[in-house]
Design a protein around this ligand. Structure first.
Ligand SMILES: Cc1cc2nc3c(=O)[nH]c(=O)nc-3n(C[C@H](O)[C@H](O)[C@H](O)COP(=O)(O)OP(=O)(O)OC[C@H]3O[C@@H](n4cnc5c(N)ncnc54)[C@H](O)[C@@H]3O)c2cc1C
Length: 367
C-alpha cells in the first residue's frame, strides 16, 4: 500500500510514523518545513480541561495517555513534559464556572484536585501568592506540554527509518482520482505523486489541497497570539492559568505567554512584533503574577490560526466522495496527535473501525 501524507505538522508526522511502522510505503509532502505551520506556534498544552461534549473529552484524554505511552516508546525523548498545571479564579462568576468545570471533570474521572495557597506556593514559588488572595485553586497532575516541532521531527525521522520519504517544498494543489478512487496528488510545481491512500493533514490549509468542492473540508479557524520571553530567572515548572494570563516554560528559562483577550485583537495580516501593544499588555499581566518579570520585555510574538473544522470538533476519517482520501484535521492537534495517528492507521491498514472516531467523521460535512 502506498500512502501520501500531506503536511508535516504534529498531526501529519504522527500519522506518517504509524503508517510507516505498519508497513505502508509513505511519502510525506510538505509545502514548507517540518513543524513550520500551526504546530510551531502552539501553546501545546496536553489536556482535556474544557473539552466538551463527552466524546471529545474522551478523545483528548486518549491523546494524553497516548503521549505518555509514546514517551516510553522513545526512551530519552525530549518533546514531552508531563509538568501538571495549576489554575486559580477569584471573582464569584469565575469561581462558579471553575467549580462547575471541576465537578464535571471529576465526575468524568479526570485527574483534578483542589489545592490551597500553601501548596500552590510550593509548586510555583515565584508566583506572587498575595495576589492569588483567597482564590480557589486547582491542580491537574496529568496535564503537560509538548515541544511540537521536536515531536514532529522525531516522528518524521522514525517514519524515515521505516522507509518513509519526506519531500519538502512540495505544495499539493489537487487530489487526483479515477472511477471514485484516489490515485495521487498534484504539486504546484506540476509534479505528480501516485498513491492508493492520501491523508490530508494540512491543518488550517486543509481545504486548499483539493479543487473539487466535495473534497474541501469546511473550516472555521480562529486566530492565536503567543508571546515569548527571553530566558528569565524564574523556576516556573507548570502550565499556569491565572485569571487573565496563561504561561508555561518554553526551554532555557524562556516562558510562553498568552491571553484569550489578545487572540481577538490580532489578525493574520498583522506583522507580529514583541513591541506591539498586545504583547506589552501580555507581559504586564504576566508580571503581576510573577514579579521577576517586572522588567522583562517580550523577545518574540507570533500570530497563527487554529485549524478548526466548522463545528469545532475533529474531522478524522475517510471522505464519502472518494475512496482512499482521508482527513485528519483538528484543533487540539497537539494533545490528539499520537492517539489519532494510531487510530487512523488501524482503520487504513488493519481495516479496523475505531469506535472512538465515530463522532468525528468528515462525512458529517458532506451529506
Ligand atoms: C495559539 C494556539 C494555541 C494552541 N494551543 C493548543 C494547546 O494548548 N493544546 C493543543 O492540543 N492544541 C493547541 N493548539 C492547536 C494545535 O496547535 C493544532 O491543532 C496543531 O498544531 C495542528 O497541527 P497540524 O499538524 O494539523 O497543522 P500544522 O502544524 O499547521 O501542519 C500542517 C502542515 O501542512 C503543510 N501544508 C499546508 N498546505 C499544504 C499543501 N497544500 N501541500 C503540502 N503541505 C501543506 C503546512 O506547511 C504545515 O506544515 C493551539 C493552536 C494555536 C494557534
Amino acid at each position: 500500500m502506498k500512502a501520501i501524507v500531506i503536511g508535516a505538522g504534529i498531526v501529519g508526522s504522527g500519522v506518517a510514523y504509524r503508517l510507516a511502522e505498519a508497513g505502508v510505503e509513505v511519502t510525506i509532502l510538505e509545502a514548507d518545513r517540518v513543524g513550520g505551520g500551526t504546530s510551531g506556534i502552539s501553546f501545546a498544552w496536553t489536556n482535556s480541561h474544557g473539552k466538551e461534549p463527552r466524546h471529545y473529552h474522551d478523545l483528548n484524554v486518549a491523546g494524553m495517555k497516548a503521549h505518555a505511552a509514546l514517551a516510553e516508546e522513545f526512551p530519552g525523548q525530549t518533546w514531552f513534559h508531563p509538568s501538571g498545571s495549576v489554575a486559580w479564579r477569584k471573582t464569584p462568576q469565575d469561581r462558579e464556572a471553575m467549580t462547575r468545570n471541576f465537578e464535571r471533570l471529576k465526575s468524568w474521572g479526570y485527574a483534578i484536585e483542589w489545592i490551597d495557597r500553601k501548596r500552590l506556593a510550593e509548586l510555583e514559588p515565584d508566583i506572587d501568592i498575595d495576589r492569588v488572595g483567597d482564590a480557589i485553586i486547582t491542580y491537574c497532575p496529568q496535564e503537560g506540554y509538548v515541544d511540537p516541532v521536536v515531536y514532529a521531527d522525531a516522528m518524521v525521522k522514525a517514519a524515515q527509518k521505516r522507509g518513509a520519504k519526506l519531500k519538502t517544498g512540495v505544495k499539493v494543489v489537487d487530489v487526483e482520482t479515477r472511477n471514485g478512487n484516489v490515485t495521487g496528488v498534484k504539486g504546484e510545481d506540476g509534479s505528480r505523486h501516485e498513491a492508493d491512500i492520501v491523508v490530508n493533514c494540512a491543518g488550517r490549509w486543509a481545504a486548499r489541497v483539493a479543487q473539487e468542492p466535495g473534497l474541501k473540508l469546511p473550516l472555521a479557524p480562529t486566530t492565536g497570539f503567543i508571546v515569548f520571553t527571553p530566558p528569565v530567572a524564574t523556576s516556573v515548572k507548570h502550565l499556569v492559568h491565572a485569571p487573565d494570563i496563561h504561561f508555561r516554560p518554553d526551554g532555557a528559562g524562556r516562558l510562553m505567554v498568552r491571553t484569550n483577550a489578545a487572540d481577538d485583537l490580532v489578525s493574520l495580516d498583522m506583522t507580529p512584533s514583541p513591541t506591539m501593544p498586545q504583547a506589552v499588555e501580555i507581559m504586564r499581566r504576566a508580571a503581576e503574577v510573577i514579579p521577576a518579570l517586572k522588567t522583562v520585555k517580550a523577545e518574540a510574538a507570533r500570530i497563527t490560526a487554529r485549524p478548526i473544522p466548522q463545528d469545532g470538533l475533529s474531522a478524522v476519517g475517510p471522505t464519502p466522495r472518494v475512496n482512499g482520501y482521508y482527513f485528519v484535521v483538528t484543533h487540539s492537534g497537539v494533545t490528539l496527535s499520537p492517539f489519532l495517528a494510531k487510530a487512523v492507521t488501524d482503520e487504513i491498514v488493519h481495516n479496523k473501525t475505531r469506535p472512538e472516531l465515530e463522532n468525528f467523521r468528515p462525512s458529517r460535512f458532506f451529506n
